[in-house]
Design a protein around this ligand. Structure first.
Ligand SMILES: Nc1ncnc2c1ncn2[C@@H]1O[C@H](COP(=O)(O)OP(=O)(O)OP(=O)(O)O)[C@@H](O)[C@H]1O
Length: 521
């Protein structure tokens, strides 16, 4: 008796020491085997849903669906009472997991199956005892056996409670983190909406994507028609990234002549080529710690594309004429209005570079496909005009708005901005913009007619008089060059502003400057 008491206390102390459910079940199984000479003992745990029993010791095969009556545990759970199962009966059950358990127990003559319940009657799991001697009464009636089972169920419940609390705390933390992240994204999207205006679903989604892209280090490729806001997207990515305090280096690949683009990007040493009278740091190096925005990437020459690909793989490059490689830690954002897939088909753009650039692809829809953005954009441009000029229209009339809705905006938001700014000029301060002042078709008049009529009207330096013209194309080009030169002078050489004022995309202006040899000076 004394002996049995000692054994009981030792067993209880060992069970109480276990601080997690898997080891508790393992130790309890071992104790039952050793104390009662049972050949094998298994513990099956009922999951929280009450639909599956798990037997960790059986690995992948230890899952028992409680609704599947091809194993005896489903019956046991339903009846809630212990029972014996003979070897012969066990053969008749063709459940794979159960047969694996029988096999792993060396096919004993008898099984004792006993549900384990908590004090509140909730079933926690099942105990499976295997033996050659089916003398179960002699074992299960012993006070030590009953005592151990009571202690096991008590500890089982307390372990579940602890892990429930840990789980709940973890879930709570996860939901709070999630809420916090969602709130941060929402706030950033709201801030972005002040510069990247629009209330359409496409624009709302684009802003969320920008914030998401900003949170990563992936290369972003922005595609969309000219004037639809790709530049603003790139600025947004930089602004909300952890590189915001670093530089945003913008390179317009279409505006820099092919022969100069490489040295502009990579930099060069003194004497690297004729005319390189001093060393120059390249734009890649300048973007270190910040963002490099390669605008009009579709215009990058093939030879340079291969070099860029290599830089993107290692963030290392060698300035022209240099012996040593340099490293620059930049995040790349590239943009193009060209359909890169056709450029790839035509062999003008490297497929591998395309994949490298578009780790996070973004597409800005043309304005005509998001008419809901027209009104907020008009109000935005009117606000900007009013702030700049010190006064302007109050808003835009519904008639004027519906007129805009029917227009296709080949120049997208840039074109809308020009239309609104012109309309602002024609509208008395404090009034609403009316349909009559919207110059929709005038923005893209037939070029030759336009040039010819202006040409008749005024004398332009460097352009022949109408009656002296003997080559219309050359005269039209001279006129165009003179206007661009004049406009650049007016804006102090700022190509972006000059292009805006002429209703041209920056790259078109850049091409024309190259073609007509117009410099900003
Ligand atoms: N969603 C927008 N909200 C406010 N302004 C916009 C929006 N989209 C474009 N704009 C304005 O339209 C003009 C053109 O935008 P942006 O330069 O970003 O276009 P882009 O797609 O980069 O053009 P390009 O293809 O010529 O480089 C800018 O004045 C810009 O501020």
């Amino acid at each position: 008796m004394q002996m049995e008491l000692h054994t009981g206390i030792d067993l209880a102390v060992e069970l109480l020491r276990q601080d997690n459910l898997p080891t508790l079940l393992k130790v309890a199984s071992r104790q039952l085997e050793n104390t009662f000479g049972i050949s094998r003992c298994w513990t099956l745990e009922l999951d929280l849903s009450g639909r599956t029993l798990h037997c960790a010791a059986l690995g992948d095969q230890g899952e028992f669906d409680c609704g599947d009556f091809s194993h005896p545990f489903a019956h046991l759970l339903q009846q809630g009472k212990p029972r014996e199962l003979s070897r012969a009966a066990s053969y008749r059950l063709d459940h794979e997991g159960f047969q694996a358990m029988v096999e792993a127990s060396n096919r004993p003559r008898s099984f004792w199956l006993e549900p384990i319940k908590g004090e509140d009657g909730r079933t926690l799991g099942i105990l499976v005892l295997c033996n050659e001697e089916p003398e179960w009464e002699g074992i299960t009636a012993q006070p030590l056996y009953r005592g151990l089972l009571t202690l096991l169920s008590h500890q089982w419940v307390s372990q579940l409670r602890t892990s429930d609390q840990v789980w709940q705390r973890r879930m709570l933390k996860r939901s709070l983190d999630h809420l916090h992240d969602a709130e941060a994204v929402r706030q950033r999207c709201e801030q972005l909406a002040n510069t990247l205006v629009g209330s359409s679903a496409a624009m709302t989604d684009l802003r969320a994507q920008i914030v998401r892209a900003a949170g990563s280090q992936l290369s972003v490729l922005v595609q969309g028609e000219t004037g639809c806001g790709k530049d603003l997207v790139a600025q947004g990515i930089h602004r909300f990234s952890d590189r915001a305090a670093g530089p945003l280096v913008v390179v317009n690949c279409a505006a820099i002549p092919d022969s100069l683009l490489e040295s502009e990007l990579f930099g060069h040493t003194k004497g690297a080529f004729s005319g390189a009278d001093r060393a120059k740091e390249g734009l890649l190096a300048q973007a270190d710690g910040g963002t490099l925005f390669l605008d009009e990437i579709g215009d990058m020459p093939m030879a340079l594309q291969s070099k860029l690909l290599r830089v993107l793989e290692s963030r290392r490059f060698r300035p022209l004429g240099a012996q040593q490689e340099q490293h620059s830690d930049f995040r790349l954002v590239a943009a193009t209005h060209q359909p890169l897939s056709s450029c790839i088909e035509e062999g003008r753009f490297r497929r591998d570079l395309f994949y490298r650039l578009s780790q996070f692809p973004l597409r800005v829809l043309p304005l005509r496909e998001r008419p809901q953005d027209l009104e907020p954009l008009c109000r935005h441009f009117i606000r900007e005009y009013t702030a700049r000029e010190g006064g302007g229209p109050m808003g835009i009339s519904s008639h004027a708005l519906s007129m805009l809705t029917g227009y296709s905006f080949p120049g997208n938001a840039r074109e809308l901005r020009n239309i609104v700014e012109f309309a602002c000029l024609q509208t008395p301060v404090g009034d609403d913009i009316q349909p009559e002042v919207l110059r929709l078709d005038d923005l893209f008049p037939d070029q030759e007619t336009c040039i010819a009529s202006d040409f008749q009207a005024q004398m332009v330096p460097g352009v022949p008089q109408a009656e002296d013209v003997d080559d219309l194309r050359a005269a039209a080009q001279a006129f165009e060059a003179a206007i661009i030169r004049e406009r650049l002078r007016q804006y102090g050489g700022n190509r972006a502003q000059a292009a805006e004022s002429l209703g041209l995309p920056k790259r078109t202006l850049a091409h024309k400057c190259l073609k007509y040899q117009v410099t900003e000076a």
